[in-house]
Design a protein around this ligand. Structure first.
Ligand code: IPE
Ligand code: IPE
Ligand code: MG
Length: 276
């Protein structure tokens, strides 16, 4: 018999397509209602990718993709705040991105400054603490200044910490950590035998933050592109073909729902994680 769910629980293809189509129509409110608020990840990190392809698909200049990505940042931040996520970390500009054409790099820095200026009051009044990680000294002065102003004026907020990874790469961060620790050992302020996972964590840009439990990457690429390599050791990875400028609250909620359906084992056997 066709179009039925067999006794093995498997639906046949036409029925699956109907389920998928119905699921697509689920509203963000319905998705939100399905989320177990007691098991929301504390820290979600996002590799915001696909702006260039979005622009190409819409017959626009690449910069239009980046500009439209700002709406998606707002949506991700709203979704995270609604859920009670405490840390949202966004990969906005990598060390490697400096090698893009100068025109694109300059326009991206300009967009960053304009967006921060425009959104700052909203961030401040909504309890968002702005933070940044990366080689911030390499950013143009206008960008550094605006960022610092944003961080200073939101320093008292504690609803959610929004961290922008700017001129960031994990290898840069790890090299900096090694060099800091080697320097401290040479000065005698720390013993080489005292170096452990905690001391390493304390010398990374993310010191004081919990590791991300969930890493989202848009645009269909399934790689981590030099992002938080140490910190995502046990993160759940969620990939979506959605291009960043099309990312909305419901995508964030779907990622969290999927995360809640995974069994995180940390190297243990199933029974140890969820005793029967
Ligand atoms: C991500 O979108 C934004 C940055 C890396 C700054 P891309 O610009 O990488 O978009 P694609 O990957 O070319 O589509
Ligand atoms: C990763 O995207 C960096 C950011 C999202 C800022 P890229 O587009 O630079 O990464 P690759 O080149 O696809 O690995
Ligand atoms: Mg890309």
């Amino acid at each position: 018999m066709r179009n039925t769910i067999g006794c093995d629980g498997n639906a046949d293809p036409p029925l699956l397509a109907i389920f998928a189509a119905l699921d697509e129509r689920t509203t963000s409110e319905e998705l939100l209602a399905r989320i177990d608020r007691k098991r929301v990840p504390r820290h979600v990190a996002i590799i915001m990718d696909g702006n260039g392809r979005w622009a190409e698909q819409h017959g626009e200049h690449r910069m239009m993709g980046h500009a439209n990505g700002v709406t998606s940042v707002r949506e991700a931040l709203t979704a995270a705040t609604e859920l009670g996520v405490r840390y949202l970390t966004l990969y906005a500009f990598s060390t490697e991105n400096w090698n893009r054409p100068k025109e694109e790099v300059d326009a991206l820095m300009d967009l960053l400054v304009r967006t921060m200026v425009k959104e700052l009051e909203e961030l401040r009044t909504n309890g968002v603490r702005l933070n940044a990680i990366g080689d911030l000294d390499s950013l143009p002065e206008s960008c550094r200044g605006t960022l610092q102003q944003g961080m200073d004026s939101t320093a008292g907020n504690d609803r959610i910490t929004l961290t922008l990874a700017l001129s960031y790469s994990s290898r840069w961060e790890i090299l900096r950590m090694v060099s800091d620790l080697v320097g401290k050992v040479a000065q005698g302020s720390i013993n080489a035998s005292e170096i452990n996972e905690r001391t390493v964590g304390e010398h990374l840009c993310t010191a004081g933050m919990p590791d991300p439990e969930l890493l989202i990457r848009t645009s269909g690429e399934q790689r981590v592109s030099n992002f938080l390599l140490w910190q995502i050791a046990y993160a759940e990875l969620w990939f979506t073909p959605v291009l960043w400028p099309d990312f909305r609250k419901e995508h964030f909620f779907r990622a969290v729902l999927d995360y809640q359906n995974r069994e995180r084992r940390f190297g243990l056997v199933s029974e140890q994680v969820a005793p029967k």
